[in-house]
Design a protein around this ligand. Structure first.
Ligand code: MG
Length: 363
């Protein structure tokens, strides 16, 4: 038994088959990008996502959401320094109490999907940044600007939907003062290594009133006024904070969905394939054309023997798949959780993939 080395084998395939060269040059780079997760395609070992029941109404919290404000009480908020928030509770909404300071959710979040609805004062008061200004702060560091810039002038990176001071919104999708506006924010927190070095910056997507205004933007560091601040490692979760900028901005229907980490592949998933060497004559016995489907005149699945492995080309596909022997008549795809199992009589093969098995006959 020996271990299959994908890179080495690719170089060998390259040398043997000049026609593969172009594809191979591309795929070396492609491999480093797309195989980052380490999961084999269609891996049956990959954890299935949790079931989430969506809400009936638009903008309403799905079943797994953490409801932060349901229109009835400010119980899920506190003053950042502790104690009850001083903001004003209205009928189904609450309102900034100017001069009382920000309020923060009691719950903390890292990666999150956040829904917030807000309305700026009507009639509008003030101009520029001094007009219906508030903000949604993620992890106490990253402000999604709330502002009344409906038919009102201000600088681009301070408009509603801006990642303040860093990214203007891609569109001014604001509604008139007094109308309810929706934010759907998707936030991926920054990642740091054990030494506190930034290994992945934060990323933010914002949809304002159904219009994408921030498209997975890479955040430079904490949003701040008049300067760029560097990242600093902090807790992985923090409250969601709403800004008191001295204006009576209203909020309602606030909910959040903590977003899970994608499960990383384990050692079994990433282990090199245990190749069982096979004599060339035996390999050659599997080569041929097979009928993947029963339609008349349909192109065949072509199996070829090459060096120490098989190559399969599926109908209407340019790409050739490599399969290495892992047992008597059994071949494992190198990048997919799939196997060919050839019948001892050579008349068919079983294609195992995604929990299903198809029997494919030789032509
Ligand atoms: Mg603000």
């Amino acid at each position: 038994m020996r271990r299959f080395d994908a890179k080495k084998s690719r170089r060998i395939a390259c040398a043997l088959v000049p026609g593969l060269l172009a594809a191979t040059v591309i795929s070396a780079e492609w491999e480093t990008i797309t195989r980052h997760s380490g999961w084999k395609q269609h891996s049956m070992r990959r954890p299935k996502p949790p079931v989430v029941t969506p809400a009936e109404g638009n903008g309403q919290p799905p079943a797994d959401a953490v409801v932060i404000f349901d229109g009835k009480s400010l119980d899920n908020f506190e003053s950042p320094g502790g104690g009850s928030p001083n903001w004003t509770l209205g009928d189904g909404y609450f309102e900034v109490k100017p001069g009382s300071g920000p309020i923060a959710s009691k719950a903390s979040f890292g990666d999150v999907q956040l829904h917030v609805e807000w309305a700026s004062p009507d009639p509008a008061i003030g101009k520029g940044q001094d007009r219906g200004n508030s903000g949604v702060f993620l992890m106490n560091q990253f402000e999604i600007q709330v502002l009344d810039n409906f038919e009102a002038e201000t600088y681009a990176d301070g408009q509603a939907g801006a990642i303040y001071g860093q990214y203007p919104p891609l569109a001014n999708a604001t509604k008139p003062p007094g109308q309810w506006q929706t934010y759907d924010i998707i936030f991926r927190r920054p990642r740091f290594d054990a030494a506190g070095k930034l290994v992945e910056p934060a990323r933010i997507t914002v949809i304002l009133n159904g219009i994408v205004v921030q498209n997975n933007e890479v955040i430079y560091g904490p949003t701040s006024w008049l300067r760029y601040d560097p990242y600093a490692k902090g807790p992985d979760k923090a409250p969601i904070e709403l800004q008191d900028h001295g204006h009576k901005v209203r909020f309602r229907n606030i909910w959040a969905r903590p977003l899970p980490e994608r499960p990383a592949p384990d050692a079994v998933e990433t282990a090199p394939i245990a190749v069982v060497p096979m004599p060339a004559a035996k390999l050659l016995s599997y080569a041929g054309e097979y009928s993947l489907n029963t339609r008349p005149n349909s192109p065949p699945l072509v199996v070829k023997a090459m060096d120490d492995h098989l190559i399969a080309r599926f109908p209407n596909r340019i790409t050739e798949m490599k399969l290495v022997p892992v047992g008597d008549g059994i071949f494992q795809f190198t990048e997919t959780d799939a196997k060919f199992e050839f019948a001892p009589d050579g008349k068919s093969l079983k294609f195992h993939i995604g929990g299903d098995t198809r029997t494919i006959t030789r032509r």
